[in-house]
Design a protein around this ligand. Structure first.
Ligand SMILES: Nc1ncnc2c1ncn2[C@@H]1O[C@H](COP(=O)(O)OP(=O)(O)OP(=O)(O)O)[C@@H](O)[C@H]1O
Ligand SMILES: [Mg+2]
Length: 545
């Protein structure tokens, strides 16, 4: 177990960084770190793909820090991220790695934060910025960021930035770097459109892939429930209760669904909050902080909002809606089961969506285990058991003598026995019979499944239409370093293989592009000052209302 993996202390990395990562509890390098760090250090372009939660941030963050010239106060490294939350998180992680490198300054620059504050910080000399493309462009136009000495650029979640419509910004930024530099892309998924970016802006990139057979993490148990639409909310509540989710994430496809569900779960007594781009920056911060600190049980989010987010010990992810892009499934459930831990995912679907489930299974090379929701009776028993367990703890720890006397008195005065009283207490805690939720019945259609594909709203036709197909024949442009050996966090099982899953797989040609444009422009044009470009970063581009 793990003896073949490189230990951090033997990695040859700057000892100040080592000290920091050891304090963070890192012992072995994860496979993507082991493979990508040396290539990055060589100064080569990198395309890094590895499963969610396997430490890609360190895979680019550590070598970037090591290559910074600390005597030079100019901007040398830039990391682009799709959202402000991710920029903050990555900047935070880099600062942790750089804890003992006293001359390195890392700054997060994102929309929604006072630009003057950022400008002031930039003037002080910042070697690494971590930012959203819109805000970085903003600074470039104001000449508050100079790219003259920029040696390293990383696109984290590059595919999501494209999804969100950041292509132009990314091209503009990458196209304006005057000096020689290296460019690295990292994500758990690498759909086709990304390869155009790599063609355009990378030279002789080294492909570093640590992909096992499946795109999803195998320590995440993936469950599937076929239920009626109208039962979804009750089903989600039941799963939270039955599986005892203490810190969970629920994904919806639209912002309005996020709001609605957050409201309804709150009404059911679950501590839930929504997270999406229509919230103010302050609200987003509050919600994320509560979630990170463990004071929020369920975070309900859109895909964009939670991409790349690394929160410890998320015990379960619920797909309230079947995701719109197949890759989204990977990123969604990847919020749990991180850094070698276990996790659970629950996908709620209607029978009509079964073809999408099969597409997910095929592309991700995974299997969703079809399950029945726990019955009302099972939930009740489960609750009873956990209440009784709690009571037992109370009996062990608390002094109940006073209460003892109260029960005796009650028994004497009313003639109600202690056991009747206890049963009533239990009932009061557990509640009555839960509502019954039945599995959606299987419908046998005479015309078979063909209908699923044909019934898409935009009428975009056939079920497969060539859009979802695996593209396994990308030319030999990259020097593939396939990982056949690397387990992660100490495990080794020899089952890695290279994946060349091509292009973006979206279920049908939906109208998201135009939604995106709207979202981007909707009331967010600034007309004062430097002109009327988008105040990027306020709101998430690409979310569906
Ligand atoms: N070598 C290591 N040993 C132990 N823990 C690690 C190691 N490297 C990273 N981690 C931890 O693993 C967690 C996940 O890391 P990170 O967020 O970089 O994953 P990722 O690969 O970027 O995932 P995603 O695809 O979801 O963005 C973090 O909390 C990080 O601190
Ligand atoms: Mg990441």
């Amino acid at each position: 177990m793990g003896e073949l993996l490189v230990r951090y202390e033997e990695s040859g990395i700057d000892e100040r960084i080592l000290r920091a990562v050891e304090e963070m509890g890192f012992v072995h390098m994860t496979p993507i770190q082991e493979k990508a760090i040396p290539v990055f250090l060589e100064g080569r372009d990198v395309i890094g793909q590895a499963q969610t939660g396997t430490g890609k941030t360190a895979a680019f963050g550590i070598p970037m820090l090591q290559k910074i010239d600390e005597e030079d106060r100019s901007l040398q490294g830039m990391i682009l991220c799709p959202t402000r939350e991710l920029a903050m998180q990555a900047a935070q992680q880099l600062r942790q790695f750089a804890k003992y490198m006293h001359n390195i300054r890392v700054l997060a620059v994102y929309g929604g934060q006072d630009i003057n504050r950022q400008i002031k910080a930039l003037k002080g000399g910042v070697q690494i910025i971590v930012g959203t493309p819109g805000r970085v462009m903003d600074h470039m136009r104001r000449h508050t960021i100079r790219l003259d000495n920029l040696k390293m650029v990383v696109l984290d979640e590059a595919d999501e930035m494209l999804n969100m419509g950041f292509r132009e910004d990314m091209e503009a930024i990458l196209g304006q770097i005057p000096c020689e530099h290296q460019t690295a892309l990292f994500s758990a998924t690498m759909p086709e459109p990304i390869l155009q970016i790599t063609d355009q802006f990378q030279t002789d990139a080294e492909m570093v892939k640590v992909v096992k057979k499946e795109l999803t993490v195998e320590r995440i148990r993936q469950y599937l429930y076929y239920i009626r639409r109208s039962d979804k909310e009750a089903a989600a509540a039941r799963l939270i209760e039955y599986y005892n989710l203490k810190r969970g994430l629920i994904f919806c496809n639209t912002k309005s669904m996020v709001d609605e569900l957050a409201e309804n779960l709150k009404n059911r007594g679950i501590a839930a909050e929504g997270l999406h781009g229509d919230l103010s920056q302050a609200q987003r911060d509050t919600v994320m902080n509560r979630f990170r600190s463990g004071n929020l049980q369920m975070l309900i989010a859109t895909d964009v909002a939670a991409r790349g987010i690394d929160v410890n010990d998320v015990d379960g992810v619920i797909n309230y809606d079947v995701p719109q892009d197949i890759e989204y499934y990977v990123h969604r459930i990847g919020r749990t089961g991180r850094a070698g831990k276990e996790g659970m995912s629950f996908t709620l679907a209607s029978r009509r969506e079964s073809f999408r489930i099969r597409e997910i299974e095929r592309v991700c090379k995974t299997k969703l285990e079809e399950k029945q929701l726990p019955s009302g009776e099972e939930v009740r028993q489960h609750k009873e058991a956990s209440v009784l367990q709690k009571i037992r703890e109370v009996m062990e720890e608390a002094n109940t003598a006073d209460c003892y006397r109260a029960v005796e008195r009650f028994e004497k005065e009313t003639g109600i026995s202690a056991i009747e009283l206890a049963a009533a207490f239990l009932y009061e805690q557990v509640g009555g019979e839960p509502e019954e939720i039945v599995e959606e019945p299987k419908v046998v259609r005479r015309d078979g499944e063909r209908r699923f594909g044909d019934r898409r709203r935009d009428g975009s036709g056939s079920r497969n239409g060539g859009r979802f197909g695996d593209r396994d024949q990308r030319g030999g442009r990259f020097n593939d370093r396939d990982q056949r050996n690397g387990g992660r966090f100490g495990e080794k099982n020899g089952s890695y293989r290279s994946e060349r899953d091509g292009r973006q797989r979206r279920f049908g040609n939906d109208s998201r592009r135009s939604d995106r444009r709207q979202a981007e422009n909707g009331g967010r044009r600034r007309t004062s000052g430097e002109g009327s470009y988008r105040a990027a970063g306020s709101g998430f581009k690409g979310e569906k209302r």
